[in-house]
Design a protein around this ligand. Structure first.
Ligand SMILES: [Zn+2]
Length: 202
């Protein structure tokens, strides 16, 4: 089943036009971590969203829910931690302070950074959640959106880093590989070229 995007029939998983779908030989990597992507309504309409890719790779370990301003979604597992830098106030926890993520739900705000800050500002229930901060050592490799700030990772990169730090390198690599493949296919489609890249061959 596919849906149309800008007149092109699209893949229901990666949402790219079918001619440039990046789901062939996708590396599935079920995880022991529990993720909830709280997705901004506008993000569902963006072709370059990366949260949907994480859900495809991690399968049942990742749920994607539309953000609701006033209350947490009913299906939100507890306890939940919000992965987001604390830009003011108390310093958040780092991943090292939680030796094992078993039994906790990790929330990522699936939105632009500007929207994510707004989501947090508008949702008191989100503000009350304990917060975890990622400490990326590398710059983001996400190149599909302009005006990215240094140190800001896209959704799937943030999840890959968490997997790496919690001893799940296979899942981390699978997420980054899917992001790489997606970006190649996306840019090939935009420039009118066939989707050929090194990530497909590996
Ligand atoms: Zn696809």
């Amino acid at each position: 089943m596919s849906k149309a995007f800008a007149g092109h029939p699209c893949c229901y998983r990666c949402t790219l036009p079918l001619s440039h779908c990046c789901c062939l030989s996708i590396a599935l990597a079920p995880s022991s971590l529990c993720w909830t992507l709280l997705t901004h309504p506008r993000e569902y309409l963006r072709l370059d969203n990366t949260g949907k890719l994480a859900k495809v790779v991690l399968r049942s370990g990742c749920q994607r829910i539309r953000w609701q301003r006033q209350m947490p979604p009913l299906q939100l597992p507890q306890p939940s931690y919000l992965i987001f830098p604390n830009e003011t106030g108390q310093p958040p926890l780092t991943l090292e302070q939680i030796p094992s993520p078993a039994g906790i739900n990790l929330i990522v705000l699936d939105a632009t950074w500007q929207e994510a800050r707004k989501m947090l500002r508008q949702s008191t229930w989100l503000q009350r959640l304990p917060r975890l901060q990622l400490m990326p050592e590398q710059l983001s490799q996400f190149r599909l959106r302009r005006h990215q700030q240094a140190g800001h990772l896209c959704t799937i990169e943030a999840m890959a880093l968490a997997h790496l730090q919690w001893s799940e390198p296979i899942q981390s690599a699978a997420l980054l590989k899917q992001l790489d493949r997606f970006q190649h296919h996306y840019q090939a489609w935009q420039s009118g070229h066939p989707p050929v890249n090194n990530a497909d061959a590996s």
